[in-house]
Design a protein around this ligand. Structure first.
Ligand code: PMP
Length: 393
């Protein structure tokens, strides 16, 4: 394995597919027209953007006019939350979300709280799944929006969004889901889910970074994201990231075409990894429900070790993975998700997220299962607490 990097961090980002890059290239070079112009070069760019919109709509079972391109998952989430809050403030100022959302949801909501909106953070069950009944109980007369992610970025748990959307609809409340981790891993059908808004991001399914989309169901009351030109039907102004949008369209088409085969392959590797880790290492727990999770996600907490040291030692062995403090860059604090499912600080500190992708093989899993137990025991040898637990029994 000398020199080879084994990439186990596909929830952070995925490599760009060659077929995707090939479709993007002309729009970074000779096809440089602005889609808002009327001569051939501009019409060509416009056609490419519209083809991408068609592909995204098809992948999500949405109408073409319901797809809006954005700069990624963060922008889609910001737009959905702030746009709905501002457009419906006359109806009420209460929003419901959960304790395990991504910061791209939690931070805009904090901002809205600063403007006088009230947010209820529904706690998650210890298995990492939200109980729809608890969402129902949180609804008030002035609730205008519910936002619950479809799949969690750290522990991979898949949320009962369809049930939650049903509850929201019964009360006439707008429902948004952050599907950034779900698209390309599990089937995502906006009509079947029954959501009004859905966020996605191309770089999570082998597309380019810095481009995403927001599905806005026809008739949803939402403010524009930005003001300026007439792009995105006057709702998001600014010259489009044409090459990025083309890449998004191609990537989502490929991801949905190969979904069941891809998911089955990753799930098999994931299960081999989970079984291997749980049988070879003691004082370990799997975070998140064993089965209601993304096919590519395994998240473990190892007692008596510290996640950053584990990551560095894995890095020295050529393995790229994430810890439980993913997305809190620079901070050694355990993630809010691991604390929300009830882990103690010390245990959450020793967490490891492995997220698999297309290029991973059985050999990669075998290699990880060979080096991980060694690394964990070496780190534990440095822990006085582990030594005393061992002696004690
Ligand atoms: N939501 C979730 C669940 C995510 O995992 C991410 C990416 N880490 C985002 C939103 C933000 O997406 P982007 O990186 O495209 O801004």
């Amino acid at each position: 394995m000398e020199g080879k990097i084994i990439y186990f961090d596909h929830a952070a980002t995925t490599p760009l597919k060659k077929e995707v890059l090939d479709e993007m290239m002309p729009y970074l070079t000779e096809q440089y027209g602005n889609p808002s112009t009327i001569y051939k070069l501009g019409r060509e760019a416009k056609r490419a953007v519209e083809l991408a919109r068609e592909r995204v709509a098809k992948a999500l079972n949405a109408d073409i006019q319901e797809i809006y391109f954005t700069s990624g998952g963060t922008e889609s989430d910001n737009w959905a939350l702030k746009g709905v809050a501002f457009a419906n403030r006359d109806k009420g100022k209460h929003i419901i979300t959960t304790t395990i959302e991504h910061h791209a949801v939690l931070h805009p909501l904090k901002y809205l709280e600063g403007l006088g909106f009230e947010v209820t953070y529904v706690p998650v069950e210890p298995d990492g799944i939200i109980d729809p009944q608890k969402i129902k109980e949180a609804i008030r007369n002035d609730t205008i929006l519910i936002s619950v992610m479809l799949a969690n970025n750290e522990i991979g748990t898949i949320q009962p969004v369809k049930e939650i959307a049903k509850i929201a609809k019964e009360k006439g409340i707008v429902i948004h889901t952050d599907a950034v981790q779900a698209v390309g891993q599990i089937p995502v059908d906006v009509k079947d889910l029954g959501v009004d808004l859905l966020s996605l991001s191309a770089h999570k399914f082998y597309g380019p970074k810095g481009v995403g989309a927001l599905y806005i169901k026809k008739g949803t009351k939402i403010h524009p994201f930005s003001h300026g030109g007439a792009q995105e039907r006057n709702r998001r102004a600014g010259t489009e990231n044409v090459a990025g949008i083309v890449g998004l369209g191609k990537a989502i088409e490929l991801a949905t075409q190969n979904l069941s085969e891809y998911a089955a392959k990753l799930q098999k590797l994931r299960d081999k990894l989970i079984d291997g880790v749980l049988s070879k290492i003691d004082y370990v727990r799997l975070n998140g429900d064993r089965y209601k999770r993304l096919p590519n996600n395994a998240n473990f907490s190892f007692e008596f070790i510290e996640g950053e040291s584990l990551l560095l030692m894995l890095d020295m062995k050529g393995i790229a993975a994430s810890s439980g403090s993913a997305c809190t860059s620079g901070s050694l604090d355990p993630s809010h998700v691991l604390l929300a499912i009830g882990l103690e600080h010390e245990v959450a500190h020793g967490s490891l997220r492995i997220t698999l992708g297309e290029d991973n093989t059985e050999e990669d899993i075998d290699y990880l299962l060979e080096v991980l137990p060694e690394i964990v025991s070496r780190l534990r040898e440095m822990s006085p607490l582990y030594e005393s637990v061992k002696k004690g029994g």
